[in-house]
Write a protein that binds this ligand. Structure first.
Ligand SMILES: C[S@@+](CC[C@H](N)C(=O)[O-])C[C@H]1O[C@@H](n2cnc3c(N)ncnc32)[C@H](O)[C@@H]1O
Length: 453
């Protein structure tokens, strides 16, 4: 089948995921929950609402993509970039089994938690939470006297009375007061942080120097609300007839991360890799990481949170890794020349600037990593099974990088055929700077790959 371009969306053969909606000007419409939201998982849908991960999918969208795969009950869906497991919860809802890999340790924990059965034979979560709240309120005064020990970022994001209640809750949960609901309480609290912050903590950057009116003023009431949502959502999931569902923390480039599923066992994949747009998933969760004590310095962020993540930002790039990647990319065939051409243009743009950014070092490392993930995915997928990836293109320093097109070509070098490449929506340019003019129209695209026999 010829490679489909965004200008020639697929119109026959496989049903489109939004078959009911006509295609206008070659652009597929977004599902309703995606409209008007810049990024992130839904703040109203069950499970998505636990924590608004800015990199997340809209879950109704994933549901429609899974329907498009036409899988049989119990069949395995995989996601090499599982994030907060939106594909996982949508797969469970559709009666499918799920396996995901996620490199961010704390987001992987959230994904795993969403897929777990609720603790059984224990006190109901709301009862536990009410006790926690009463204890936190009574200890808030003492907690306020200890706030000086909190990380600077955390201290600057909240008023002292609010932070005293948050830290008091945190310390109680850490000491085991949430019983079997420990992780659910942790995530109800982490979800509360940005709701009650009095500094600009919108995604992806946390700006403690910039004040704002908190969206909610009472942290304890907000914690209760979030815990109630979590309890409602876990109650919805049947505890009988469960299919295997898991997220592992790891690097999806590595065979070890996939060792718990047999080769050829996956019948579908719905995923979204990091975009080549300088979005730093580790930094985006800095507030939660510092608050919970997962990290206490930037060095720890790099060694413990970013360790398994593929390079998609200039902060992660290095000369040595880029050189190795350029040589390894030769094994992916002709597409290597396209990547080399982009790298040369980006190197020229960098050297033309006084403090140019190293986009030319990110690009080869990124595409090599994507190729390695696709190799693992090819091994995991059953012949004939389809993988749907959502990914945007980019234009650092005005140099156009057709990320979805290049990924499709790399996929063909490692055992997939390219079935579709469709524009989903036009989007903005994160890498744009006021020294760079872009007349490139960027978009988010859906590529569909099929595992060849
Ligand atoms: C676009 S997000 C996907 C989010 C996910 N669809 C969700 O609903 O939350 C890409 C994810 O890939 C993760 N990631 C980056 N490098 C990875 C790697 N080498 N292995 C596994 N996950 C990785 C990032 O931490 C991020 O969560």
């Amino acid at each position: 089948m010829p490679m489909l371009t965004p200008d020639k969306p697929y119109q026959d053969g496989l049903p489109l995921p939004f078959a009911a909606t006509p295609i206008a000007d070659g652009v597929l419409p977004l599902p309703a929950s995606g409209r008007g939201r810049k990024h992130g998982t839904s703040s109203t849908e069950p499970f998505d609402r636990w924590f608004r991960y800015p990199a997340g999918f809209a879950s109704d969208y994933v549901t429609s993509l899974l329907a498009h795969l036409e899988l049989s009950p119990g069949e395995l869906v995989v996601d090499p970039f599982a994030g907060s497991a939106v594909t996982g919860t949508a797969a469970r809802q559709a009666g499918l089994s799920f396996f995901g890999v996620e490199a961010h340790p704390v987001i992987a924990e959230l994904g795993q938690l969403k897929l777990q059965a609720a603790p059984q034979n224990t006190r109901p979560f709301p009862e536990v939470v009410k006790d926690l709240i009463a204890a936190a309120d009574s200890q808030a005064h003492t907690a306020e006297s200890r706030l000086d020990d909190e990380p600077d970022l955390v201290k600057r994001c909240f008023s002292r009375p609010v932070l005293a209640r948050l830290t008091s809750l945190r310390d109680l949960v850490k000491r085991g007061a949430a019983e079997e609901w420990h992780l659910h309480a942790k995530w109800a609290l982490l979800g509360t942080l940005r709701d009650v912050a009095s500094a600009r903590v919108g995604w992806p950057y946390q700006r403690p120097g910039s004040e704002r009116k908190p969206v909610y003023t009472d942290p304890l009431a907000r914690f209760l609300k979030r815990a109630t949502w979590i309890y409602e959502d876990v109650q919805r999931v049947s505890t009988t007839a469960r299919v295997p569902l898991s997220v592992v923390h790891g690097d999806s480039r590595s065979a070890d991360s996939w060792s718990s599923i047999p080769e050829g066992s996956a019948h579908g994949c719905v995923s979204s890799p990091p975009y080549l747009n300088n979005f730093d998933y580790a930094d985006a969760t800095r507030l939660e990481l510092y608050f919970w004590g997962e990290i206490s310095s930037w060095a720890e962020m790099c060694t413990s949170v970013r360790a398994d993540m593929l390079t998609a930002t200039t902060q992660q790039s290095s000369v040595g890794a880029a050189m190795n990647a350029r040589s390894a990319l030769q094994s992916f065939g002709a597409i290597n020349r396209t990547i080399e051409d982009i790298v040369d243009k980006l190197a020229a743009e960098r050297t033309a600037r006084r403090r140019g950014k190293e986009y030319d070092r990110v690009v080869p490392d990124y595409f090599l990593a994507i190729g390695q993930v696709l190799q693992q995915l090819a091994r995991a997928m059953h012949p004939g099974a389809s993988a749907i990836w959502l990914v945007g293109d980019s234009a650092p320093y005005g140099v156009y990088v057709d990320t979805p097109g290049i990924i499709s070509e790399i996929a063909q070098a490692v055992g997939f055929s390219s079935e579709k490449d469709v524009v989903l929506r036009r989007r903005g340019q994160r890498w744009a700077s006021n020294t760079t003019r872009h007349d490139v129209d960027l978009s988010e695209r859906m590529i569909v790959l099929r595992r060849m026999s």
